[in-house]
Design a protein around this ligand. Structure first.
Ligand SMILES: [Zn+2]
Length: 395
């Protein structure tokens, strides 16, 4: 039993087709073919708008879904981190319910795959019943060097749980952020993740650079509040990015998340290093979260020019009103001059995201044999998004 889909515009994951075309799938949603409308026969389901492969959310924290509306906006990252640490332990029915609800909404608004940060095994039940594909990044943190072995061992146990209980999804360890991972822990993680996919929150606020350049900035107060002794921390005199990146020299693929304060000099450094270390980099934008927390946009045009794989994430409901990739695309379009063409942004949201999560053999484009799902974008005007544009999953 085949199903046939067409719309005013078809985006394939790479481009918008010029000829009227039809996407043909089998009953399980596997792509059978993409043909010209005149060769498609009858029984075609016709939609108004754009059809696209399902979206890939390259950065999310499903675990934090119960914090929706609980964290004050526009306070800056240092305060945000303290608010989340203070609130996250509310582990009850509410947390599970919030995760299930957030997962259902992601499915409905067209998302097919998620790169999800996990600080515990709490999201396993929600993921067991999920129809989305998950790459679970088991996040490791600890700024006290002596505790590195212990912190890593704890999170390896969590990682094992994910591997055992979610065998159809993928799981790797990842460092949290430059300000929460000690030198010792970076070294251990480098050894442990050789050849693997990892992710890292990068330059989400200016204080990260101040910490590494001069051992100054807002994080010093945070360490003090939490009783973390940083006497042994030595500033490098370089940006945080240029300080932590060299720790990973084992051909990891790295998704760098936020990059709000990343400079052209940092990107130049990255292009030199990526050739040497044979590391594949993706740059993930979470613009709605940046506006929520820091009221600052990442330097999108500069990042685009770096030749890295550009991808899009929603971050969590602690710092976003919704987990919706089309809403991220709308904000990016509003925040960039000249406007970035919609096909480019859809590519970031589909095939690029799939490549970043190493799931491009399954999703991200309408290529034969894949099961990418189909997202329908409605309320567009002459192939432009408006504030009223919406997306929903139709397959
Ligand atoms: Zn995040």
């Amino acid at each position: 039993m085949y199903r046939k889909f067409t719309a005013d515009h078809i985006f394939t994951g790479y481009e918008v087709l010029k000829e009227p075309s039809v996407v043909i799938t089998d009953s399980s949603g596997t792509i059978i073919d993409l043909v010209n409308t005149i060769d498609a026969g009858d029984g075609i389901e016709k939609y108004t708008g754009i059809i696209s492969p399902g979206f890939v959310n390259a950065h999310c924290h499903l675990e934090l879904s119960h914090l929706k509306g609980r964290i004050s906006e526009k306070t800056g990252l240092v305060d945000f981190v303290q608010q989340v640490m203070g609130n996250r332990s509310i582990m009850d029915e509410q947390q599970v319910e919030a995760m299930v609800e957030a997962e259902a909404k992601m499915y409905q608004n067209g998302i097919v795959a998620v790169g999800d940060i996990c600080n515990s095994s709490n999201s396993i039940p929600a993921k067991k019943q999920s129809k989305l594909l998950w790459h679970n990044f088991i996040e490791v943190s600890g700024f006290v060097g002596e505790a590195a072995h212990k912190r890593l061992a704890e999170m390896k146990m969590v990682s094992k749980q994910f591997e055992n209980e979610l065998p159809n999804h993928t799981t790797t360890l990842s460092p949290h952020a430059p300000y929460s991972v000690s030198k010792n822990l970076f070294h251990l993680l480098n050894e442990d993740t050789a050849g693997q996919l990892i992710t890292m929150h990068n330059q989400e606020c200016a204080d990260e650079d101040m910490l590494y350049l001069r051992k100054a900035g807002g994080f010093l107060a945070l360490y003090k509040n939490f009783g973390i002794d940083i006497a042994s921390f030595e500033p490098t005199g370089k940006s945080s990015f240029q300080s932590w990146l060299p720790y990973f020299d084992q051909q990891q693929s790295i998704i760098l998340v936020h990059n709000t304060y990343t400079s052209a000099n940092d990107m130049e450094y990255l292009s030199q290093l990526s050739g040497r270390a044979k590391t594949v980099f993706s740059l993930c934008l979470c613009i709605n979260a940046n506006q929520y927390i820091e009221q600052k946009n990442p330097p999108i045009q500069m990042l685009m020019n770096s030749n890295c794989n550009m991808v899009i994430g929603t971050d969590s409901l602690a710092s976003n009103q919704q987990l919706n990739i089309l809403e991220e695309i709308k904000t990016i379009q509003l925040s960039t001059i000249p406007i970035i063409p919609l096909p480019t942004l859809l590519q970031w949201a589909t095939i690029n995201g799939a490549k970043a999560l190493q799931l491009d053999h399954l999703v991200g484009s309408f290529e034969k044999g894949k099961t990418p799902g189909i997202a329908l974008i409605e309320n567009i005007e002459q192939f432009q998004l408006t504030q009223l544009s919406t997306s929903r999953r139709i397959l």
